[in-house]
Design a protein around this ligand. Structure first.
Ligand SMILES: *Cc1c(COP(=O)(O)O)cnc(C)c1O
Ligand SMILES: [Zn+2]
Length: 425
């Protein structure tokens, strides 16, 4: 059977992984069920030290890894002696070497081996930018092909610190993120291509879950509280699933961490639905004037109109099961929190991480975390300024420009031409 199988959360059916992202009968998430039940650290580079709980047989030669440290400055500021920081970004002074500067690289690094071991197809990834940058980076380093789509206004997020190669095809999309996803689905339906899967891709979730596993090595047990900014909530679901595996081991704590998730007002559909006590997002109520609202966000990577909130195993369920909480953070609150954090900790933040820091300030103010409790703060991106001090930044030029309704013949011939180039290299 191999080291893991997939299990449908709805019917419990066990499914052999052939890069399978759905139960044939249900819309709920599939989770990976590993043979090894004990938390175990292997002598392998980067995140691969957690290979027992990653859906790949063989690690790839990439040292992407999360780091965790105990905060002194910010913890003191907040009166939290047990504040731990998970940092996914570039900060070599802390041994943090994610050069694409966000935790999306944990998802990308875990996805490539799952793909090559389980499927011969080329993944198609629509992205608001941070995910695309991470997948491009791993593609350049490994030579594995990938098609990345990014809305035109977010192409500025596509840069690299390694020499770009033709293996990553970058398509700039005229339109918003939703149009980008539509085009991505059309491309993925072509022969030889596969939709990468987003939240349904277990490699993405288990890759992200390594940040929780890494925190256990520093904290010694499961944290009492976990803080993260969410757009889709993949990271939060991932941390929940990884926490469950650690809990089942029995040696590292007796309860799951409470999830404290934050969104950036004006665009905060999950925050609104959760606060209203609803398991459904109602577009007219929870995301009115979505277009304008997204334009005005400080942390626009958190703009997802269709987050996996209601489906079984999704954000609502993980909040419910952990007694979790959602926070709505204004742009001003995010900016103020960012200044405070950068001042005491000494590293620059992704705006999404600033939203998360602000949510911790709110939680402390509202008395939601106790003085002696262990708190894990996910700084999901940062070190953008720091990386520029050490490395040259190369802007990635789009290879193609398309609209969501670009004719399929035109798409097919462009892809064929690209594939010929890739194979010639
Ligand atoms: C994508 C992203 C998030 C949100 O992550 P999800 O769990 O997928 O919602 C937070 N911070 C940064 C830096 C991101 O790139
Ligand atoms: Zn099922």
């Amino acid at each position: 059977m191999g080291k893991y199988v997939l299990r449908c959360l709805e019917c419990g059916r066990r499914i052999k992984d052939e890069f399978t992202n759905r139960c044939p009968h249900h819309d709920s998430l599939l989770v990976s069920e590993y043979e090894t039940k004990k938390f175990c650290v292997k002598n392998l580079p980067g995140m691969w030290k957690f290979i027992d709980w990653l859906p790949a047989e063989n690690p790839i030669d990439i040292d992407t890894a999360p780091i965790t440290y105990k905060s002194e400055g910010f913890g003191k500021e907040l009166g939290l002696p047990e504040l731990y920081i998970s940092f996914s970004g570039y900060w070599p002074e802390r041994e943090a070497r994610i050069r694409t500067c966000s935790f999306k690289e944990l998802e990308a690094a875990a996805t490539f081996p799952r793909l090559t071991e389980r499927s011969k197809k080329i993944p198609v990834i629509p992205s608001a930018g941070n995910t695309g940058r991470a997948f491009a980076h791993i593609s350049y380093l490994t030579g594995s092909p990938v098609v990345v789509l990014v809305p035109k206004q977010y192409v500025f997020r596509m840069w690299s610190v390694v020499e770009p190669t033709p293996t990553c095809l970058l398509i700039s999309v005229e339109g918003d993120y939703t149009d980008t996803i539509k085009l991505g689905e059309r491309i993925a339906s072509l022969e030889g291509m596969v939709f990468e899967g987003g939240v349904r891709n277990v490699a993405r979730r288990d890759g992200m879950g390594t940040l929780l596993l890494d925190s256990i090595l520093t904290i010694g047990r499961l944290p009492d509280h976990y803080f993260q900014a969410v757009g889709s909530g993949v990271g939060a679901i991932a941390v929940f699933e990884a926490s469950k595996r650690v809990l089942n081991d029995g040696r590292f704590g007796k309860k799951l961490p409470r999830l404290h998730l934050s969104q950036n007002i004006p665009f905060a559909p999950m925050f609104r639905a959760w606060r209203a006590g609803r398991k459904e997002i109602v577009p007219d109520v929870d995301l009115p004037n979505a277009g304008d609202a997204i334009e005005n966000m400080y942390a626009s990577v958190l703009s997802n109109r269709n987050p996996p909130y209601s489906l079984r195993g999704g954000v609502y369920d993980v909040l419910h099961e952990t007694g979790g909480e959602m926070y709505g953070i204004t742009n001003e609150e995010a900016v103020n929190a960012e200044k405070l954090f950068e001042g005491v900790e000494g590293i620059d933040l992704d705006p999404a991480a600033s939203v998360c820091v602000a949510s911790l300030l709110q939680a402390v103010e509202m008395g939601k975390v106790g003085k002696d409790e262990k708190v894990l703060l996910n700084i999901s991106g940062g070190g953008y300024d720091r990386v520029k001090e050490d490395l040259a930044i190369i802007e990635i030029e789009p290879d193609l420009r398309m609209r969501w309704d670009t004719p399929i013949e035109e798409i097919e011939s462009s892809l064929r031409e690209w594939w010929r180039d890739v194979r010639r290299e």
